[in-house]
Design a protein around this ligand. Sequence first.
Ligand SMILES: [Zn+2]
Length: 495
Amino acid sequence: MRIAVGQLWQETNTFNPTPTSRRDFEEFGIVRGPDLIERMADTNELGGFIQTLRSWPEKPEIVGLVRLPAWPSGTATAATFTWLRDELLAAIMVAEPCDGILLALHGALVSELEPDVEGAVLEAVRQLIGPRVPLVATLDLHANVTQRMVRNADALVLYHTAPHIDVFETGQRAGQLLRRILIDGVRPSMAFRKLPMVAPVENANTQDSASVSFRLREELERLELQPGVLVAGLATVQPWLDIPDLGSAVIVVTNNDPAQASRLADHLATNLWQSRHEYASELLNAADAVREANASHADGLIVLSDCADATTSGSPGDSTWLLRELINYCWKRPALVTLVSPEVVAESHRLGVGGTHPGPLGGVRDNRFSTPLELQTRIECLFEARFVMSGHLARNMAIDMGPSVVLSHGDVKIVVTSRSGPHFAPQLFQAAGLNPFTAGVLIAKSPCGFRAAYASQARLIRVVSAPGCSPPDFWTYDYRKIPRPLWPWDEDASF
Ligand SMILES: [Zn+2]
């Protein structure tokens, strides 16, 4: 028995002006064939697939297809989409014949001419392998699930958590389901409901018992324990996508019982719809947030979520809104903030440690919502932003954001990387020689996922509302392609 495993992973943000290209995937780390099996066996969904397949009594031959990952960023070019699809198809053609395929997808990858990349890819794979080979795919909870994805997969298995701390386990659930299909003879019957709503992300914390997301996660877990239910998931979708089919979705897969799948999907969808107002979160503007943080930062770490420039949401990562406020204050303990700027890093390397970077800083990659800040800083240290990340989004995932630098302006420490990446990760600050947990204030460019690392460490967490490519108040921005009515743009949307 031969089972093939592969991955296509990127979350797109259509407000980010920087397009995603083939180079972004190549820089993040493409792996093929036997190398994939060897190197990804304990990493993310691929690791979950591989370890589960290795535990099958039938001992299937595990065939590595290709891993195609890129960090969240702007819309992929048309050529990038064609290349990604053809890479995956070519790998499957080499691997055939296969008895089953497991694909780790994100579900919110958008290219210039194709707003539903994963749907198009699943359709192309299905055409290639025919109707009888089981195809099970995993998706992020922020996927924009489409009818085309549902039609072309035997089952879609979604993360249950945000912060995404069940990435590996989602791969395991998909691997276990594939065995039930192939060995136990279960026949997946998938019910799909699309809802005219997009949930704000900041308060959607499945680990916080006060959050609506916690209650919904518990319901998913209860559903999966019901006899006949194979998997249940809900995708509250990535909001920063201006595409025609944007909306939340519910998936319930049963064993050959469409009526049961349909009834449970209706129940789950109604529950999500009726809970939509609970996703609202308390927001502070940048000036108020930093003033409040400065007043009490000496007593313990304060984390400010700069969700509008969240690199995990595909934002450019060089907004200066928070930095501008931080430099107005003296800090008894360090204030940590990040920027993405290959130009600033290159100039700092030229000038050397101890030199003065003349500025300006930031506002280049995000020239829509942010402007460069004229600021002279001291070059404190040069380092490589290379580490292995676990926690939100990752289990043992290698990250390389390239040559990097720490700049300082008083006690404001600015961690500047060449490439985008997890700009909330404690490991990034640690690679820079900084201790994120003993800082006075830390700006996390992440809307919710950062809580996995900081909720137990921070004395106070605040969500900041600044302009940017992934704003918390997204419905006040200019969307042109989304379907209407859609909540929260339209309070009169109905389901
Ligand atoms: Zn996500």
